[in-house]
Design a protein around this ligand. Structure first.
Ligand code: NAD
Length: 295
């Protein structure tokens, strides 16, 4: 396999994903805003770029895994951005969780330049990324999706196709994070109700996750919430607030009220106000404990 992939954004998720592509035999060029984060990849055989455009070739493939809309815009459209270097025929696989609005704008701009934008946001924490266990929602031009399929296969355990409108994959992604945060809030409230009545949180967790809620989301996040142990940090409160606010923006746009999302946004904001911005998002359940007067 000789295709060279450009990879931009070597944070908690991007680093293990890029490592897996190297292991799968792809040649890689990598860029990260903080260049020191490229060292692990360079040691593993990747070439380092000092600006985003360095990792892109005409007609090639570039993957972005960045924090938010602002970062994706800066890397794609800013000075030394990737878009102008990608065409003609290149493909940008955008794997960050960004707004459906930005995905629409990006898809249009890429098409105007004669290249393609494939949205491929992921479900799964950094451990899942390292173990190639991500679930991927993809959307974009059919030919482009066909070309990038082996790359996505090397990153995850399954791909779900949501058609040609890139934004739809992002709608699915933020909806999934809304479901996860709702489950965490619900578990936080249920376990705290138990605790205040003298019932052991972990016993409740056992019953629920062995019976009616025997699914990965409840099992993994429920354990943290039942045990009040939020380590290690995989996905931060700060990024979670970004996603829930993307849900609210999108809901406003299509006039579809989401009162639970408003509650979650406030819950995360209050955790951040208490200094938990870089803590794991499962710690949003500490807000329930705070409200209930439990240390
Ligand atoms: P991270 O904070 O660890 O990494 C973010 C990356 O974005 C870094 O490489 C940083 O250098 C880069 N970046 C930030 N602002 C930038 C800017 N203005 N210009 C250029 N680069 C910039 O985040 P992460 O946990 O790796 O998440 C990356 C994306 O994946 C996010 O959109 C997140 O919502 C999504 N995601 C995360 C998880 C998770 O569990 N961590 C799971 C699924 C999806």
């Amino acid at each position: 396999m000789t295709e060279t992939i450009g990879f931009i954004g070597l944070g908690n998720m991007g680093s293990p994903m890029a490592i897996n592509l190297l292991k799968a035999g792809y040649n890689m060029r990598v860029y990260n805003r903080d260049l020191s984060k490229t060292q692990t990849l360079v040691d593993a055989g990747a070439k380092r770029g000092v600006r985003p455009s360095d990792v892109v070739e005409h007609g090639g493939i570039v993957i972005t895994m960045l924090a938010n809309d602002e970062a994706l815009e800066a890397v794609t459209l800013g000075i030394d951005g990737i878009l102008t270097h990608l065409s003609p025929g290149g493909i940008h696989i955008s794997m960050s969780t960004v707004s459906p609005d930005l995905a629409r704008k990006m898809q249009k701009l890429h098409e105007q330049q004669g290249c393609h934008y494939v949205a491929a946001p992921v479900f799964g924490r950094p451990e899942a990324a390292a173990a190639r266990q991500l679930w991927i929602a993809e959307a974009g031009h059919p030919e482009a999706k066909k070309r990038v399929r082996p790359i996505l296969d090397a990153l995850g355990q399954g791909i779900f196709d949501f058609g040609e409108e890139a934004a739809n994959a992002n709608v699915v992604k933020i909806s999934g994070n809304f479901l996860l945060a709702s489950a965490m809030e619900a578990m936080g409230e249920a376990f705290t109700l138990g605790e205040k009545n003298g019932v052991e949180r972990t016993k409740m967790y056992e019953l629920f996750t062995q019976t009616l809620f025997a699914c990965p989301a409840y099992k993994s996040y429920g354990k943290r919430i039942a045990e009040k142990n939020f380590e290690p940090v995989g996905f931060t409160m700060q990024l979670a607030l970004k996603d829930i606010n993307l849900v609210l923006d999108s809901a406003k746009e299509v006039v579809s009220p989401m009162p639970l999302a408003s509650h979650l946004s406030n819950r995360l904001l209050s955790g951040i106000a208490r200094g938990r911005s870089d803590r794991d998002w499962s710690e949003l359940s500490r807000g329930v404990l705070d409200d209930a007067g439990i240390e």
